[in-house]
Design a protein around this ligand. Structure first.
Ligand code: TRP
Length: 331
């Protein structure tokens, strides 16, 4: 049986890029024939979020975004990473068999080192936490604790899956086959662009929010960069940020229609209004469900607690078994 698992790090407010790149694909992949594990990677977020109130708020926002988008906690184990202590326990055991060099090559760490070198820092590791360095190790533990087989992720996480596979194989060859060697499932090859044409990301300040009100949503769509062409002039849809963003959520038919409007010289203001209207229509049910959930935090807490209990039915015995294999058992 397929065991599908994925996590989202609550390091920013959920935006359209999260929805199209992670939330929606994770839900589309599920069917009655698979077991599924979806979680809030709040321990990963501690690396980036230093304000405790913010961390709590962001974790709840991601939980609500997932639930509002259709996650069914009755058929999925939906939990917070921090409610499952077997994850951090396994992370230690895995760290004992993982070569440091494997993590030296991880791209987030390499990027941080490069940045230090470029800015002329004497010590290449300056300001880099051990948490950031071992990020992929904790991720491997997320995946291996419930022994997942398939992991839907964005392309930027592919390397972390390779690292996870290496670690699983190393464990299996040393102690006997215990872990599945999980596969990455890359559903969305295209990255969702932000309002300035770069990848949509909180750090670029170019996001289109997922859970905002209509007014804010409209404002962020109006911010999408275009050019100085006048209404009536034929517009090129290729390599156009507004069209690229539209194509990340609109149906093929709607995209064809928009291409025609571009050819016919629609003004940028009118085109943006159309993108806003279609996006708003898509997000309306999500927003309504979100508002409902916002008034019921207790309910969310219960869902997450019982999700953790559900996944621990698997992770507690798994850890016991792993420890036995490693040589840690009780007399
Ligand atoms: N690193 C992932 C991201 O930033 C989040 C994540 C944490 C994850 N643990 C995971 C994804 C395990 C898949 C499986 O998006």
């Amino acid at each position: 049986m397929k065991r599908i698992l994925t996590g989202i790090t609550p390091s920013g407010y959920p935006h359209l890029g999260n929805y199209i790149g992670a939330i929606k694909p994770s839900l589309d992949l599920l069917d009655e024939k698979c077991e599924s594990f979806l979680f809030i990677a709040d321990l990963h977020a501690v690396i980036k979020v230093s304000d405790p109130n913010k961390l709590e708020e962001l974790s709840t926002a991601i939980a609500m975004a997932w639930l509002a988008s259709g996650l069914d906690p009755n058929t999925t184990s939906f939990y917070r990473q921090s409610d499952v202590p077997e994850i951090t326990e396994l992370a230690w055991l895995l760290s004992c068999i993982t070569e440091k060099g494997l993590l030296n090559r991880a791209h987030a760490y390499k990027a941080a080192v490069d940045q230090n070198n470029e800015s002329g820092k004497k010590e290449m590791d300056e300001g880099i936490s051990l948490g950031l360095f071992s990020y992929p190790l904790l991720m491997a533990s997320d995946i291996l604790t419930p022994n997942a087989t398939h992991v839907p992720v964005g392309k930027d996480q592919q390397q972390h899956l390779e690292i996870t596979r290496d670690i699983a194989e190393k464990f299996n060859s040393r102690y006997g086959k215990f872990f599945n060697v999980p596969e990455a499932v890359i559903q969305n090859e295209k990255t969702v662009l932000g309002t300035d044409g770069r990848k949509m990301s909180k750090s670029y300040n170019n996001i289109i929010p997922l859970l905002s009100n209509e007014k804010e949503l409209r404002k962020s769509v109006m911010k999408i960069v275009t050019n100085s062409q006048e209404p009536g002039e034929k517009k090129e849809w290729k390599d156009n940020t507004l069209f690229a963003i539209y194509s990340s959520f609109a149906s093929v038919e709607k995209q064809e229609n928009m291409k025609n409007l571009f050819e016919d010289g629609i003004g940028w203001g009118d085109a943006k209004q159309k993108v806003f209207e279609d996006l708003n229509q898509m997000l309306l049910p999500i927003r309504e469900k979100f508002m409902e959930l916002s008034n019921n935090k207790k309910f969310i807490e219960e869902i997450l607690k019982s999700g953790a209990e559900k996944v621990r039915l698997q992770t507690v015995p798994a850890l016991k078994e792993v420890k036995k294999l490693v040589g840690i058992s009780r007399l």
